[in-house]
Design a protein around this ligand. Structure first.
Ligand code: PLP
Length: 374
């Protein structure tokens, strides 16, 4: 059977979530209806709100459900713009959902550099915050390609002192490491169900007391008037079931298995990205110099192992990793591959991924040497 090692792209839906979705779909009921069926659907939505809030230690009232993580990012950024920020500072390794929404806002966007490990430079932020008007600052909790964890609490203290708004994209971090929304001090935080083992097309924005959110969809007034539209009740039931099933110890257990593969990659001549930084335990991002990302992904796929190139567009085409470039690793950027595990990944899976990759790279290098000698 082929091995799925691309959980950062989307996680397998947990059996608990599949059950919850199927059970909810089998029941009729609009959460806005006052009769018994409507009240039952409302109970599903509000239970989901409590469960998703629990995933990040927030109050249920802080949760607004959205149609995906991208929409949660957009709700935060667009609300901050309407609330009067005058510029947006965006981490250099942020996801496109944040980068493109910031650019589309019409406000000046400043790119906040990261160091070679992929960690945002707090000194740069401190200086920049004092040098201009009120800012929205966007810093992800963990990067989707490298798994690098950002110093969000430290950034939050700086942003707060400057009366700014800190938006944290925690789409990749949720369900993989412990998150304490209040402790981090972010104003808003984006989540997505399909990275946690829930269904695709369901997200949430967590908002603290300083964040003033603005209505995006007008109509029936669902989600406290912020996002009209009948709730995705079954999807939310799936999100909640996945959130309840999160097992951080099982994720942490992957750290040494991931590192064992990293050692194998390095022994073969590869370079691991973000290695010196705190990282998600189940994400490995590396470059195999001279071996294009796309060829590695295809080679591994033929060998029965599904992984990602560092970056892929929606067209499925692979381009040089923007994240590696932001880390100053331009020379490695065309050769980046990401291997990511999830709630169902075993040590044997990590070993198998390495066993599939190592001979591919060996053969590729042998071909390169033969070509060079000819
Ligand atoms: N933010 C990050 C860091 C992501 O990795 C992703 C998905 O890949 C998103 C946002 C977008 O989430 P969604 O696919 O739910 O829109």
């Amino acid at each position: 059977m082929a091995l799925y090692m691309d959980w950062n792209a989307t996680a397998k839906v947990r059996p608990e979530a599949i059950d919850a979705i199927a059970r909810t779909l089998a029941e009729v009921g609009n959460p806005s209806s006052v009769h018994a069926a409507g009240r039952a659907a409302r109970a599903v939505v509000e239970t989901a709100r409590a469960d998703v809030a629990g995933l990040v230690g927030a109050a249920p009232a802080a949760v607004t459900f959205t149609g995906c993580g991208t929409e949660a990012d957009a709700l935060a950024i667009e609300s901050a713009v309407i609330a009067g920020v005058e510029r947006i500072i965006v981490g250099a390794t942020e996801h496109e959902a944040v980068v493109e929404t910031a650019k589309a806002s019409g406000l000046p966007v400043e790119e906040w550099p990261v160091d070679r490990r992929g960690v945002a430079d707090l000194g740069w932020l401190a200086e920049r915050l004092t040098a201009g008007p009120r800012a929205l600052v966007c810093l992800m909790l963990a990067n989707n390609e490298t798994g690098v964890i950002q110093p969000v609490a430290e950034a939050a203290a700086l942003v707060r002192a400057a009366d700014g708004w800190l938006h944290v994209d925690a789409v990749q971090a949720a369900g993989k490491i412990a998150i304490d929304f209040n402790g981090l001090g972010a104003d808003t935080m984006a989540l997505s169900a399909h990275k946690v083992g829930g269904p695709q097309g369901v997200g949430a924005l967590i908002a603290g007391p300083r964040a003033r959110l603005t209505r995006r969809l007008h109509g029936g007034g669902q989600e406290r008037g912020l996002r009209s539209g009948t709730e995705n009740v079954a999807g939310l039931a799936g999100f909640a079931a996945a959130a309840r099933a999160v097992d951080l110890d099982a994720m942490a257990a992957q750290d040494p298995w991931r590192d064992a593969l990293a050692e194998r990659v390095k022994a073969a001549g590869g370079a691991v990205l973000g290695e010196g930084a705190p990282r998600l335990p189940q994400t490995l991002c590396f470059a195999a110099p001279g071996y294009a990302s796309e060829l590695q992904v295809i080679g591994l796929d033929l060998a029965g192992v599904m992984v990602s190139a560092g970056a892929a567009c929606s067209s499925g085409k692979v381009k040089a990793s923007r994240i590696a470039q932001a880390m100053g690793e331009d020379a490695l950027a065309p050769f980046v591959v990401r291997i990511s595990g999830g709630w169902g990944t075993t040590e044997a899976d990590w070993v198998r991924a390495g066993e599939a990759w190592a001979p591919l790279y060996e053969r590729h290098r042998a071909r390169q040497l033969a070509t060079a000698a000819a």
